[in-house]
Design a protein around this ligand. Structure first.
Ligand SMILES: C[S@@+](CC[C@H](N)C(=O)[O-])C[C@H]1O[C@@H](n2cnc3c(N)ncnc32)[C@H](O)[C@@H]1O
Length: 232
């Protein structure tokens, strides 16, 4: 993976902020679920958080505010975006450590273990074998009783990538009213070049093979989903 693959995020972070503001990728709904998962597992417990593909950490920093955070480590491929991350975390008075580079490799350089690993809308940038390897690394990095919260968009079983992206792009054109046609083009170009979504079935199979126990949660819709994978 190169910085080119995240150009949409590095140079056009305002587009992603617009997507969050208008809840087009359901960040508000996902935030409510994440908060409740957090409280179920970690209420009154100090939490060591690892955020893979953290972006500006806007969403997670809002959830972390007021909770007991012992440490927060964020990894992102885009050093430009990490400048926004610093601001967001500093405003919320969360002490942090940030790493710039591919999460699938940088995770090996983290020194501690974690009780919460969070990754939101970043896994789909990896190829299938990289996703599996990263899931294994997450398992190894988690303490017993720790959880991986994995948020992403997913293809249907048997659906081919081009068909999935065609459908997603159609949905943007129909339902993302505040996105201009120029922004649309940038998003489409990014998706066609760099998005490789997997399926729910694949995550479930990999998760069980690795040793995770999956908690059943309502998904947001047929493609935007949140998984909780627990290590006992
Ligand atoms: C759609 S944004 C998600 C940001 C944030 N996690 C959220 O949910 O709002 C995807 C982020 O993943 C980062 N990214 C893409 N591929 C990556 C990789 N291999 N390693 C680390 N970060 C990556 C991008 O730079 C971008 O900041």
């Amino acid at each position: 993976m190169s910085e080119n693959s995240v150009e949409l995020f590095s140079k056009n972070w305002s587009i992603y902020q617009k997507i969050i503001k208008h809840n087009y990728m359901f960040h508000r709904d996902l935030g409510v679920i994440t908060s409740s998962v957090w409280d179920n597992h970690f209420q009154n417990k100090e939490t060591n958080v690892l955020d893979l593909g953290c972006g500006d950490a806007y969403q997670l920093s809002t959830i972390m505010e007021g909770r007991q955070i012992n440490s927060y480590t964020g990894i992102d491929l885009s050093s430009a975006v990490l400048e926004y991350t610093k601001e967001n975390l500093a405003t919320k008075k969360i002490s942090f450590s940030l790493m710039s580079g591919p999460m699938e490799l940088e995770i090996d350089k983290t020194e501690k273990s974690y009780n919460l690993i969070y990754s939101s809308y970043a896994f789909h940038h990896l190829q299938e074998e990289e996703k599996l390897e990263l899931l294994k690394k997450c398992y190894a990095k988690l303490d017993a009783g720790g959880v991986l919260i994995l948020i992403d968009h997913f293809k249907n079983n048997g659906q081919d990538r081009d068909n999935y992206i065609d459908e997603y792009v159609d949905n943007i054109k129909t339902n993302w009213g505040e996105i201009t046609s120029e922004e649309n083009d940038l998003i489409e170009e990014h998706m066609r070049g760099y998005d490789f979504p997997t399926t729910e079935e694949q995550i479930t199979t990999w998760g069980k093979e690795i040793g995770f126990v999956l908690e059943t949660l309502p998904h947001i819709n047929h493609c935007h989903k949140l998984f909780v994978l627990k290590k006992y």
